[in-house]
Write a protein that binds this ligand. Structure first.
Ligand SMILES: *Cc1c(COP(=O)(O)O)cnc(C)c1O
Length: 390
């Protein structure tokens, strides 16, 4: 089956009730048919559900779908994207280990690396994605992991995954961990290039309608097994309800991403014509993007995020946001509703002005998560807000 069909046809085993749509398994624990089955499951001789902190039919179905899409061997589901990212570090690293991280990472991931992990003796170095050689220079004797997001948030810089995975020829034991939340596995499959694990916030495009939190990690079986021990005993499990909902959402992920991407490309092209109001538009599949060739190679389509800089700095940016009628101002992304954000004063307000500029965030930067509305309505709202804020 092709991936669109797999996302629809992968299902938890049908029960004796012959249901068509998979039911919600709201149960904390599971019973054993007999004493021997209980013993064998605990001894890892046979597979079976024991307790929903370990596994549940709804979470297993969700994981199976993400594995099918990412072409991963195994996976684990989490209560949020940050629980997934945290576990992908904490389960695989120990005191004394070092992480090389690309410098534009999600705000809470930045806090993990710079504030929390140093408490437990795990250190990190940030590198610039636009200077690949810097990655080699940053690798130390004790480097255990390389972490990155591509495209980055909100600057939409890309990392060449094929190039990056060549590092394994020299450093075969370093784990490469990619947060693939922005692109989704429908548009980009990091494991194909030799990346070891992929982490996700399922809260964004996987849900796609801004309803629930969730996270997932998929990749190499041996690493997922190591992480399994960690999550069994620390408890960041995804709830059965969220897994049930997210699994149903995945049925429409390809369809939704096609529309997010076509709308986003059309919005990006439209904004490029508004050069009187806008300094620069960033979108991976725009020919003006500095890494356009790489984006074409690595991403099936350009994704749902468009970042642009309005002329007139912070004042203009806030007037523009206040002038939008349909598009709402929120810090979330990956929703069916278009969302505009001002990174300098919200998601990235904790960084210094210099740190922000290093990752392409200026006072006039707007991040637009392009939704599924009619393209004419989107263009109309953006145009009237740009004119009103002149
Ligand atoms: C939102 C996000 C996260 C965190 O996910 P939550 O589900 O909000 O915990 C991590 N990485 C990226 C790139 C994100 O956009």
């Amino acid at each position: 089956m092709k991936e669109e069909s797999k996302l629809i046809r992968t299902q938890a085993k049908r029960s004796e009730n012959r249901e068509h749509s998979v039911p919600l398994y709201l149960t904390s624990s599971f019973i054993f048919d007999d004493a021997e089955q209980g013993r064998a499951i605990f001894a890892d001789e046979i597979e079976g559900n024991v307790y929903s902190r370990y596994s549940n039919p709804n979470t297993s179905e969700f994981i199976d779908k993400v594995c099918a899409l990412e072409e991963g061997e195994a996976g684990l589901a989490f209560s949020s994207g940050m629980a997934a990212v945290f576990a992908s570090f904490a389960a695989l690293l120990k005191s004394g280990d070092h992480v090389v991280s690309f410098r534009s990472v999600f705000g809470s991931t930045h806090q993990l690396l710079t504030t929390l992990f140093p408490r437990w003796g795990i250190t990190s170095t940030y590198v610039d994605a636009s200077n690949p050689e810097g990655v080699y220079d940053a690798i130390q004797e004790n480097t255990k992991m390389i972490f990155l997001e591509t495209p980055s948030n909100p600057g939409l810089e890309l990392v060449d995954l094929e190039w990056l995975c060549k590092i394994k020829e020299k450093h075969p034991n370093i784990i490469i961990n990619v947060d693939n939340c922005f692109a989704t596995p429908y548009l980009q499959k990091p494991l194909k290039y030799g990346v070891d694990i992929v982490s996700h916030s399922a809260t964004k495009y996987m849900d796609g309608q801004g309803r629930v939190l969730g996270g997932v990690v998929v990749g190499r079986k041996d690493l997922i097994k190591e992480m399994m021990f960690f999550i069994r005993h620390t408890g960041p499990a995804m709830s059965a309800f969220n897994a049930w909902l997210l699994s149903k959402s995945l049925e429409t992920l390809p369809l939704r991403m096609d529309r997010h991407c076509s709308n986003a490309l059309a919005v990006a092209e439209f904004l490029e014509t508004m050069s009187e109001d806008i300094e620069v538009v960033m979108y991976p599949h725009l020919p003006s993007h500095p890494q356009y060739e790489l984006a074409k190679k690595q991403m099936k389509q350009g994704g749902g995020i468009v970042t642009f800089v309005v002329k007139g700095g912070a004042k203009r940016a806030s007037e523009f946001l206040d002038s939008l009628n349909m598009i709402l101002f929120s810090s979330n992304l990956g929703d069916s509703r278009s969302i505009a954000t001002h990174p300098a004063t919200t998601t990235h307000s904790k960084l210094s002005e210099q740190e922000r500029q290093n990752i392409g965030i200026f006072q006039g930067t707007i991040r637009l998560s392009v939704g599924l509305e009619n393209i004419d309505d989107l263009k109309h709202d953006l145009e009237q807000a740009l004119k009103k804020s002149r």
